[in-house]
Design a protein around this ligand. Structure first.
Ligand code: FA5
Length: 348
């Protein structure tokens, strides 16, 4: 049987020539159908290979495939070239090519800590707390003194402070608040019981950072003052919060803790999501992650605010929002929140 000799060289050079001459999208399509389409010249060659002797088939098959790749890339390049020409022409004549697809806009989203903060506030609001805010640049008085933390008291060292150099108010130095607790005094000075407030906001400490500590973090302060408020209200509120946030199965731990502005004081921790309580880097080997400090408002503070401390009692708490967000989503390192890596942030 005789087979018609296949002249790939002739095919290649006429394909290249015709492609170079194609001046618009329609000509390109015509060329594509003629050379690469299902019934095009090159596929025809490839289909005809079966009739050739093995050696010839191998050699020609390789060359034809190579040519196909070359022509496909040349087609793409030509398409791009024509597109560029259209752009330039449109720019020159001032016409807008409305047939070009637009560039998609990146859609923004809320930071995971903001999302968690809003979820937490929703829970507290549903329990009757109102949301208020206070300043991030604070006076020494509200951040420490009004909270029974006098100058030179070691409790000031518990929260390493970032002072604002050269800034002062009424002769007193200013600082970046180390916690949201200054809002307890700020609010009580201006209002009478009953009080139920939740105060979200950024706090700053001169900390050595690690997997669970940042130098900038977020807290929500809770304050409830009324007649007959007891430790049972404090525990009830915080347990209910933990259950709504994490579900029934999560374990919660209360321990005695010391804060000069409460008596008694406690801290609340939740079992580590990562190691389940065995101890790991994220929980610093403890098996628990501390999420908040709390306690019964010290009677001396209530009196200083002009309240009758025999009639009114109250509880306060300061919850760390990043820690709640970490527990919620299984985030191992707090530093990921503010490293500005979109690959991390876009997951939420
Ligand atoms: C306080 O800040 C007290 N103001 C809390 C308080 C309020 C106690 C009202 C009593 C009554 P503490 O320093 O423990 O306490 O911080 C409270 C929570 O804030 C911690 O449990 C933690 O969740 C979070 N937190 C504290 N420091 C950091 C930090 N460096 N990075 C991330 N979160 C932190």
């Amino acid at each position: 049987m005789s087979t018609k000799p296949v002249d790939l060289h002739e095919l290649a050079s006429s394909a290249r020539e015709e492609l170079a001459d194609a001046g618009d999208e329609a000509a390109l399509e015509k060329w594509r159908i003629a050379y690469l389409g299902r019934k095009g010249r090159l596929p025809l060659v490839l289909r005809g290979l079966g009739e050739l002797p093995l050696e010839e088939r191998r050699r020609l098959g390789g060359e034809a495939n190579q040519l196909r790749q070359e022509l496909e890339s040349a087609l793409e390049a030509k398409r791009e070239e024509l597109k560029q020409q259209r752009h330039t022409a449109a720019e020159e004549t001032g016409r807008l090519d409305v047939t070009l697809p637009g560039r998609p806009k990146r859609v923004g989203r809320l930071h995971p800590v903001t999302q968690t903060m809003r979820e937490m506030l929703e829970i507290f609001v549903s329990m009757g707390f109102s949301v208020i805010e206070g300043p991030e640049v604070e006076t020494e008085y509200y951040n420490f003194t009004a909270l029974r933390i006098p100058e030179d008291h070691p409790a000031r060292d518990m929260q390493d402070t970032l002072w604002l150099e050269g800034a002062e108010k009424d002769g007193a130095p200013l600082l970046l608040r180390t916690h949201t607790s200054p809002n307890q005094a700020r609010f009580m000075e201006q209002h009478q019981p009953p009080i139920r407030i939740a105060v979200p906001g950024r706090c700053y400490r001169h900390e050595a950072t690690d997997a669970s500590r940042e130098w900038m973090f977020t807290q929500i302060e809770l304050l409830a003052v009324d007649e007959g408020i007891s430790m049972a209200d404090l525990k009830g509120t915080l347990f209910e919060f933990a259950k709504r946030m994490f579900g029934q199965e999560r374990r919660v731990r209360f321990r005695c803790d010391y804060f000069p502005f409460v008596e008694p004081g406690v801290d609340m921790a939740i079992d580590c999501f990562l190691c389940g309580g065995d101890g790991c880097r994220t929980c610093r080997g403890e098996g628990w992650i501390e999420v908040l400090g709390a306690g019964m408002v010290h009677p001396e503070i209530l009196s200083n605010m002009g309240y009758d401390a025999d009639r009114y009692t109250g509880f306060a708490a300061g919850v760390g929002v990043e820690r709640i967000c970490m527990l919620r989503h299984g985030i191992e390192d707090i530093r990921a929140f503010y490293a500005n890596d979109l690959r991390f942030l876009e997951q939420f």
